[in-house]
Design a binder for this molecule. Structure first.
Ligand code: PGA
Length: 220
């Protein structure tokens, strides 16, 4: 069975010390859990990546790290940017093209394409977000996450039938066989998605902020 990805997108929440509290609670409450068929990826703010990396290593937690964005430039004179090379020191994954970046930071398909290329140069595994079945997906993307805007942060997830329809279209247009869904997934509705064909995992925002809720969600 293919392992499902459970990606916690903390967005612009949690300082480094709050992130460590979360990891401590996760560690304490997950000791009896079986992660055999799951890959857990936590995506904190850039400023918390280093502390999380050290903590996860020291406590041998079953968590991989991801970033929520990456510069489209390689390292150099780009004030304020965080390049793939910087991320790779601590993380293995990166989310690219989230709708919040498209809306608030005017990211375009071309930016997404360039970011995927930079990330791949540093061997980061890329999670590219699309808002619908027509969304732009660079060829080199590792994972595709379907994230309908109306479902993000609203408590109204897309329904499994429509997710199945979108995955079906994405499957025929991309040839891929596994897709991620994100948008108001929580510990109560998660089981309704698990049987959708080609379901490869979840991108979880709000319900990932509390470690106990996130563990509940993982345990289903
Ligand atoms: P949400 O966010 O789970 O809070 O809806 C999902 C996302 O934006 O990745």
């Amino acid at each position: 069975m293919e392992k499902k990805l459970y990606i916690a997108n903390w967005k612009s929440h949690k300082t480094a010390s709050q992130a460590l509290e979360w990891l401590e609670s996760f560690g304490k409450n997950s000791q009896k859990m079986d992660f055999k068929n799951k890959i857990v990826v936590v995506c904190p703010a850039f400023t918390a990546l280093s502390a999380c990396f050290s903590y996860i290593k020291a406590h041998n937690l079953p968590i991989l790290l991801g970033a929520q964005n990456v510069s489209k430039f390689s390292e150099g004179a780009y004030t304020g940017e965080v390049a793939a090379r910087h991320i790779r020191e601590f993380a293995e994954f990166v989310i690219i093209g989230h709708s919040e970046r498209r809306t608030n930071f005017l990211e375009t398909d071309k930016d997404v394409e360039e970011k995927v290329a930079r990330a791949k140069q540093e061997r980061l595994r890329t999670i590219v977000c699309v808002q619908d079945e027509k969304g732009f997906i660079p060829k080199d993307s590792d994972y595709v996450a379907y994230e309908p805007v109306a479902a993000i942060g609203t408590g109204n997830p897309d329904n499994p039938d429509n997710i199945q329809r979108v995955f079906h279209v994405l499957r025929s247009t991309t040839g891929r066989t596994s897709f991620i869904y994100g948008g108001s997934v929580d510990d109560e509705n998660i089981t309704s998605f698990l049987n959708v064909p080609h379901f490869g995992g979840f991108l979880v925002g709000g319900a990932s902020l509390d470690p106990v809720t996130f563990l509940n969600l993982l345990s289903q």
